[in-house]
Design a protein around this ligand. Structure first.
Ligand code: GLY
Length: 527
């Protein structure tokens, strides 16, 4: 799209539609997402700084106790009740029509080509297919016909195998021809509703027809000389990153004589405050008051920074601002998310993160695309751990038209003149936040180049469970003393395979440098 003369929005929209075909385990037509956009002044659009909220939405028949009342097993992850109204198609078309420059047919063609001509499965897709097959029982062709036939290629997929998805191609062609109507009304909409309702869901044609995209102001906050544009609620990404960086800046993190272990301790303590607040305060601002200003205010950040003990970590109740009724929560370890970063020749940038929640979403597919199980990002059972061991705040209970709390963190960083210097984001549930944050700190604070910034080993702490998880790169002999020092500060160390999968672009005086996370493979496109 960039070579055709398109801008960053054209490229992001085209890429997202292609991802729907080649990453059906992560995102796609049946999901939702967030897009942060920064475009320089031009005669068509003027200067654009905006964010698009096309998060999936609870159907009109949703109720706060819908998962407490149902007897359907795994209702919030694997039944029709798990499926929220998809927003991706509406969001992408809105982005293209409002901020793009190319026509719909041009932008959808690469996805149609990928679905018709096929694409070569990579190891990540083959592994995801194998894991999905293990969950489908003995007769997947009967119980999950579209997932089995269209998405999983009727069985094991080997790396290098050509995979086609003709049914999804016809849906994409319908969207190219008819726009939003190709998905939210007519045949495709009826198939979505029928399939979901047969699986115990409550979705209606009206829910689909009434889906609304929202343009919102990005969450803007400073760190050092830079301005961050993050995603506001119902994403927790922007606020959690803003709070973490705001606390860090009010500690000795950046003093010249602060050691590596001291910096790590201060980062972890800041994350624990921000994640504790995430669990209590963050939800859909269209339904509850979310105190974003308070959580990112100088006074509040200074109070939280002052709580940090430089010589020992604290017990969980010392973090964040509690209110009665908030419980400790663990966060879902999802893998059904994908991030893309784009920058164009004019310095326009898009950070876009999309999801169907867990791998292959609800595992209910229609016409070659998977329907999300985003309802599981709501608080599903009050005061009680859900299927993932989560206990969450009541602010995030399902309600008609409400959007579940997300961790997706599409982020654009600007310099003092408003020029884009970095575009980043990640997949990986709550590790999206810690992954994106550490990669941006590597670039902005440590001066690393894009590839090292993404490849460097990362850590993760989300306040609950109270465990500091280290990637394999931090578990070798070379870091033995570092780990002992962290333990001496009271941190309980654990292990984690990957702290998110981050896609990064850095722009400096020498040019544009992009890096795909080696944790999931892939290479940057363009140059
Ligand atoms: N479903 C993953 C997220 O939105 O955080």
């Amino acid at each position: 799209m960039l070579k055709l003369g398109g801008n960053a929005v054209d490229a992001a929209v085209a890429t997202s539609f292609v991802l729907s075909v080649v990453r059906p385990q992560s995102c796609g037509l049946g999901g939702g997402g967030f897009m942060v956009i920064s475009l320089p002044d031009d005669p068509t659009h003027g200067r654009v700084v905006t964010a698009i909220n096309y998060r999936e939405t609870a159907p009109a028949a949703a109720t706060p106790d819908m998962f407490e009342r149902t007897e359907i097993p795994n209702a919030s992850t694997r039944s029709g009740l798990a499926v929220a109204v998809p927003g991706t198609v509406a969001g992408l078309l809105h982005a293209l029509e409002t901020y793009g420059t190319l026509d719909r047919a041009t932008v959808l063609q690469p996805a149609i080509d990928a679905a018709v001509g096929g694409y070569d499965a990579d190891e990540t897709f083959a592994a995801s297919v194998a894991a999905a097959i293990g969950k489908l029982g003995d007769e997947p062709h009967a119980t999950h016909p579209s997932l089995w036939n269209d998405v999983l290629s009727r069985g094991a997929v080997t790396p290098g195998q050509r995979v086609r998805n003709l049914n999804q191609a016809s849906v994409l062609a319908g969207i190219a021809a008819h726009g939003r109507e190709g998905f939210y009304s007519g045949r495709v909409a009826r198939q979505i509703v029928d399939t979901v309702r047969k699986r115990g869901g409550v979705l209606t044609l009206d829910d689909l027809a009434n889906y609304k995209v929202a343009n919102v102001q990005p969450l803007e906050f400073g760190f050092g000389e830079w301005t961050f544009l993050g995603m506001p609620p119902p994403s927790s990404g922007g606020v959690t990153i803003a709070e973490t960086l705001g606390i860090l800046e009010r500690t000795t993190y950046n003093k010249a004589n602060t050691t590596r272990v001291e910096r790590t301790h201060l980062l972890v303590e800041s994350l624990k405050h921000a994640f504790a607040d995430r669990s209590v305060w963050l939800a859909d601002p269209a339904f509850v008051d979310v105190p974003v200003e308070m959580l990112t205010s100088d006074t509040y950040l200074s109070i939280r920074a002052a709580v940090i003990n430089p010589t020992h970590t604290l017990t969980p109740s010392n973090y964040g601002t509690r209110y009665e009724g908030a419980g400790l929560r663990a966060l879902p370890d999802d893998s059904g998310t994908s991030h893309l970063s784009v920058i164009d020749q004019w310095g326009g940038a898009v950070a876009c993160t999309e999801t169907i929640n867990l791998s292959f979403g609800s595992m209910i597919a229609v016409n070659g695309f998977c329907l999300n199980n985003e309802m599981d990002d709501f608080t599903t059972i009050r005061g009680k751990a859900n299927a993932f061991g989560l206990v969450q705040s009541d602010s995030n209970l399902p309600e008609p038209g409400k959007r579940p709390l997300s961790s997706m963190s599409p982020t654009i960083v600007l310099d003092a003149d408003g020029n884009v210097v970095a575009v980043a984001g990640a997949s990986g549930g709550p590790r999206i936040i810690t992954g994106t944050l550490q990669v941006l700190l590597n670039v902005l604070d440590r001066g690393m180049d894009a590839e090292h910034a993404v490849a460097s080993p990362r850590l993760h702490h989300q306040w609950s469970p109270d465990e500091l998880r280290l990637e394999p790169g931090l578990r070798g002999e070379a870091d033995a003393a570092f780990r002992e020092q962290l333990k001496a500060l009271g941190h309980k160390l654990g292990t984690i395979k990957s702290v998110g999968v981050v896609q990064l672009i850095v722009r400096d005086k020498e040019g544009i440098h992009a890096a795909c996370d080696p944790r999931k493979g892939g290479t940057p496109a363009g140059h």
